[in-house]
Structure formats: C-alpha cells, structure tokens
Design a binder for this molecule. Sequence first.
Ligand SMILES: Nc1ncnc2c1ncn2[C@@H]1O[C@H](COP(=O)(O)OP(=O)(O)OP(=O)(O)O)[C@@H](O)[C@H]1O
Ligand SMILES: [Mg+2]
Length: 458
Amino acid sequence: MKIDSLWSPQSGPQTYFLKSSAYEVLFGGAKGGGKSEVLLFAALRFADNPAYKALILRRTFPKLLELIERSKRFSQLGAIYNIQGKMWRFPSGALIRFGHCENPGDEINYQGQEYQYIGFDQLEEFTETMYNIIKAQGRSSAGIPVFIRSTANPGGIGSLFIKQRFIEGKEPNKKYYRAFTAVSPNDKSDKQEIVLSSIFIPSTIYDNKILLKNDPSYIAKLMDLPEKYRKMYLDGDWNVDSSPDQLIQYDWLKPHAFAAPINLHALKNELESSFLGVDVARYGNDSTVFCFIRNNVLTKIEEHKKIDLVATTNLIREIIEERRVITENISIDTDGIGAGVYDNLKSYGYNVNAVIGGSRPLAVAANSYQFANLRSQLYWNLREQIRNEQLKLPDDPALFSELTAIKYKISQDRMIQIESKEEIKKRIGKSPDLADSLCYALSAPLFKEVNKVSVTII
Ligand SMILES: Nc1ncnc2c1ncn2[C@@H]1O[C@H](COP(=O)(O)OP(=O)(O)OP(=O)(O)O)[C@@H](O)[C@H]1O
Ligand SMILES: [Mg+2]
C-alpha cells in the first residue's frame, strides 16, 4: 500500500507525531498547525494489517463530517466507505471508523470495542470522563501497538484536565512515564510492572508551511483576534484560558446517582467518618440546610425553612449530645447570621469549625493551585472528591442542578476563584444552599489538618 504517495507529514511537529512511540500524544495547542490532518492520516499506519482497527472522534457529528470529507482520499488506497457504519474498510480487512460523543453518557456506546488507534480531534471539547472511558477501548490482541492520539486548542470544557495531564509541570516534546503494578487477586506473587508514556508535541500555524503558502492571509486573521484569543490560537498559550468555567461537570455526577452501599467494614469508625455541614439561611426565602455524610456517602440533606438561630443551635446541640456527629466534624457557615449559631455553640463549649467563605484559605498540605479564599478552597475540595469518585451522592436533581451551576475561574498565577454566593444566586434565582452545606460537610478533615490543637472531642 502506498500511503506515502497519498499523504506525507510536514517536517517538524507532524513528523515527530508520526514517529512518537508514546502511548498518549497530545498534539497542537494552536490553530492551523496541521492537527486534524496528521491525526487523520496517522490512522493509516497499520492499514495493511487485517487485525487493525482505528477510531477517530469529534465531539459532535456535524464537526466530524469535515474529517469524514477529508478522508475520502482513503479510497485511493482501495478502501471502501460504509455510510451507516461511518467506516472505511481497507483491502487488508483493516477498519478506520469515525465516531462522535455528544452527550455525557454517550461514551458507554464505545464500551466493548477494541481499537489500536484512537484519535480525538479537538480533545478540549470532550469531558474527562469521555476521554477516559473511550481511551480504555484501546486494546490489542494482535501485537499492534495501541496509540491514543489527540489534538487540542486551549480553552473549552476539557482544557483543565488536558492541562493537568499533558502540560502543567511538563516540558513539551519530552516523554513522561507512569508506572503501574498489576497484581493477580488469585496469586499475589503474580505481579507485572507496566509503564505508560505520554508526550505533548506543540505545533502552531508557523509549523504549517503548506497553509502559510496556500493562504498567507490566514495568519493575519489570527493576529487580528482580540488579545486573549490571539494568545490562545496563534501562540498556543494555555495560561490565558481563565474564563469562568463550570466547576462540576454533570457527567461526574451521573455515576454517583447509583450510589454504592455504605461500606460496612468502615462502620466501626462511624463517628469518626460522620460529618455535618450547616448552611445557615441569610435571607427570608433561603433555607437552613443540614448535610450529613457518613463513610463518604451523602446520607441526608435536611432543609429547614424559617428556623431561627436558637432553634438551629438546639438542633446541632441535639446532634452532638446524641453523639451522632463529633464536634470536630461539624462545620458551620459563619458568614453573617451563621456567626450567631457558632457563638451559641461556642458558649456551650462546642468547638465546631467556623467557615467564613471570604477568609484566607487553610494552610493545608501543598496543592499545585492557590485559592482566592476559603470558599474557593472548600469548593475545589468538593469538586476533586466528586471528580475522583470519592463521594457517593443521592440522585437528587435539586442538588445536581446547584452543583453544576457553580462557576470558577483560574488566573494566570494559578489562583482558583469560585464565584460568590450572590453571583450564583443572581444567575440561578436561588442561593446554592444544598451545595454549600455539602461543601462545608467535607471541610472538617481540612480544619483538622491545620487545627489539631483546638479540637474538642466529647
Ligand atoms: N501534511 C500535510 N500535507 C498537505 N497539506 C497539509 C498537511 N498538513 C496540513 N496541511 C494543510 O493545512 C491545512 C490546515 O491543516 P489542519 O486542518 O490539519 O489544521 P488544524 O490544526 O486542524 O486547524 P484547526 O485549528 O483550524 O482545526 C489543511 O487543510 C491542509 O491544506
Ligand atoms: Mg482541525
């Protein structure tokens, strides 16, 4: 098969991309650098092997059509296109298939398939879950290496996970390795060390000599963009993407809807692993919300409408005195009216945690980010627990809609800022009381870390 006569890479990044033996490659990071072109034609590499299957994806079907259109040239290699299956079958029997994954959850449609080349064009349009689940279909039973290949620009829903995975703290064009030890559950001595590698290969319009020659005005169009977009698309600057973004993705919540049962083995530590967060109502229409967590499971959210400070204090006293939650595991919103509840509890000698959203973040173990204030730190903690599937949530649409409404921004000095309660309220028409109480409930371990001395356990 004469792939070379059909297409050849340009010297520079496209050539490095084709030569890379890394398991995962991220390519590009700017507009017009020859991303789609190399992603598509790199899929031909093993097209003369009957066992070879490749999958090339865009998030939505209309955008995928442009790639399918370009792939028409595959017919020059004798491949036949099947419109229903959106795939090319090569004379050898090899397959190159096109796919999209528009809605959260669609990624499961790819489960049970096996590909040796999976290419995501504009990965920043995909969610992290989509990337992880679809990537997991990369498997080879015929000795062909498995390559996961992606292109991306800064910005978009996936920008943060892409930065974390390929860019931050890493040098471009350098391979990084992650080691895994697989141990057989039946025979613990049966161990296998596996190493996966990844690399980011940058490319910009300046690397695409063909486009520069064919359309010299294109670069001027990129230069003409407002500064932020010029930096993103012309320079491939990943730090510019500081626009407010959704803190918690809907598809992170979905799997938790089918919450795993409480881990019975952990129940002997029930008290230590039980937490309470209280969001005290500030305005007439807001509710005071109690959120209980036990063994990483949100067990109960209680909304109390129009209860006063004394009643709120008494409810919390009852919880402490019945030993349902220990004081050091109780965190109370102490901004505004909540301060009254906190002071009351203190006067009873209960050392609960005071959450003042606007105060300085807690000095906990180093994080690669900084936080604008305590509220931002606690919300980031919530986000990470949900994203890493460390928290089981009930299928509660009201809670989910609050959680997914919260936006954050990340500035160039890696400072994370969650929007204020008031900003959220303006946008969604209500205060995010449920989400706040959950956020506070998860805060106690952080307080414990910095505040070991002043803890009182009754
Ligand atoms: N190796 C190549 N051989 C021939 N033409 C190429 C090659 N690489 C890039 N080009 C030309 O450059 C154009 C732009 O490349 P491509 O579409 O891959 O860029 P991109 O980085 O995906 O752009 P965008 O950011 O807009 O998605 C192509 O339409 C094609 O004309
Ligand atoms: Mg492209």
